[in-house]
Design a protein around this ligand. Structure first.
Ligand code: GUN
Ligand code: ZN
Length: 445
């Protein structure tokens, strides 16, 4: 049975807009000590300083004491593969060879409903343990993988976006991991949309894998469906790796990789292009004009040796950008660990990532990139109360660094740089605790 109203006590931080790279205190709200009031329906009723909680909300509410910890909106992962749990940390290849050698064999196993269910559950519990409450997710080409993923997400009450992977062109769609035809791919997609789209907190995203695994007819179908159904989302990969970009040019021609997707009418609101490393100003202008988003996936881009994403150019052009872990090319489920690597990717380009912008990207920025910021991403009244409680002193290294830090920004930057799953004290979905780690206990290895 649902409890009544709850009041969460702790240091509360959330964002109203992108703080950018220069201090912009209007972009965030920090309440220390703060309080977050969550209604019986799991929505935010009030946020502010602890001493200002209105008495009519406070009376009879259940207190949850996270004082001394940092309470932030649940992390948003703007690009991840539920099918690549077993692929993480696979040695020695760049994108196209890595797909053939490791990813495609692992994805074949998702023809089994039992395997799909087992991995989806493990995947979602791992996200919760990393403080992530919303993600846009690639399962596999199999309908079973989508059914299992949405079932498990629904059972946990999580806001999730996903869709059947579409792939029909060899060799980047291997013969036994391929849509039988464009007609069948469309029929399967429509069936899954009917079954899952906008059921509870689930959203269907049309998911062509990437251009090299797509025939022209497949991309035509994707563009047609996306325009026929303006209530649907779209996700794919773009311009991640130089050899991939050359392949796309050979297969499709066009001015650029983004231009190929543009030709098939795939750009627009609610669309997310993972990576987008090898793009130019014309591409950025098109992405921005059309309301298309980019998922910046630094651990993946470094692990596969793909390249360095230019965040300042994308944000400067007005493109929405979220952070993606891109498991299993990425090397951590934690958006804190992802921010640590993002900082270094930007440092190599003489760009800066202040902690406030980092936490914006991991929360409201991700929600804006995924077009779900009307529901989640910060603690504005009425939003769904998904939040993560972070432990400043989860490890001896963190604890010592916090002891010598002179102000909040310095502490937040140390948490962003040194933190990972160990810093996640608890994760709440619609105001209910879905993950809990006793203070001081290290994660099992
Ligand atoms: N491009 C096409 N498929 C994939 C994938 O599974 N992972 C990554 N990182 N890039 C891709
Ligand atoms: Zn990916």
């Amino acid at each position: 049975p649902r409890q009544s109203r709850t009041i969460v006590y702790g240091t509360v931080l959330h964002f109203l807009r992108d703080p950018g790279t220069q201090p912009d205190p209007q972009a965030w709200q920090l309440f220390d000590p703060g309080a977050l009031v969550v209604g019986a329906d799991g929505h935010v009723e009030w946020v502010g300083a602890e001493q200002d909680v209105p008495p009519e909300l406070g009376n009879g509410a259940t207190p949850i004491d996270h004082r001394g910890n940092l309470v932030v909106p649940g992390f948003v992962d703007a690009h991840i593969h539920a099918s690549q749990v077993d692929v993480i940390a696979s040695y020695g290849e760049q994108l196209l060879q890595w797909l053939q050698k490791y990813v495609f064999p692992a994805e074949k196993a998702f023809s089994s409903a039992e395997h799909s269910r087992m991995i989806s559950g493990l995947f979602l519990d791992t996200l919760l343990a990393a403080g992530t409450t919303t993600a846009t997710v690639h399962p596999t080409v199999h309908k079973t993988s989508v059914d299992a993923f949405f079932q498990e997400a629904q059972a946990r009450g999580m806001r999730m976006l996903a869709g059947k992977v579409l792939m029909d062109r060899e060799p980047y769609a291997p013969p036994d991991l391929k849509d039988a035809s464009v007609q069948q791919a469309e029929a399967d997609t429509r069936e899954l949309i009917d079954r899952w789209h906008q059921k509870d907190r689930l959203t269907y995203s049309i998911t062509p894998r990437f251009a090299p695994s797509s025939t022209e007819q497949l991309l035509q179908m994707v563009g047609r469906l996306y325009h026929e159904r303006p209530d649907l989302w779209l996700q794919t990969h773009a311009a991640e790796n130089k050899e991939e970009v050359d392949t796309v040019h050979q297969l499709f021609g066009g001015r650029s990789y983004i231009d190929v997707y543009d030709r098939y009418q795939m750009l627009g609101n609610r669309s997310v292009y993972a990576h987008s490393i090898y793009i130019d100003d014309q591409d950025r202008t098109r992405l921005s004009q059309t309301g298309s988003s980019i998922a910046f996936c630094p651990t993946s881009n470094l692990f596969l040796g793909s390249g360095l994403f230019d965040l300042d150019a994308a944000r400067g052009a007005g493109v929405r950008v979220g952070l993606g872990t891109d498991i299993g090319a990425g090397t951590s489920y934690s958006l804190l660990a992802t921010l640590n690597e993002a900082y270094k990717v930007l440092a190599l380009q003489q760009q800066k990532l202040p902690a406030m912008r980092g936490f914006y990207l991991a929360t409201l920025g991700g929600a804006e990139a995924l077009y779900v910021s009307d529901r989640i991403g910060n603690f504005q009244v009425g939003k769904e109360a998904d939040f993560t409680v972070l432990d400043w002193a989860a490890t001896p290294v963190l604890k010592r660094r916090m002891d010598v830090a002179k102000d909040f920004q310095e502490r937040l930057f140390a948490l962003m740089t040194l933190g990972d799953e160990r810093a996640v004290r608890a994760t709440y979905v619609l105001g209910q605790r879905k993950y809990d780690r006793p203070a001081g206990v290290q994660l099992p290895s």
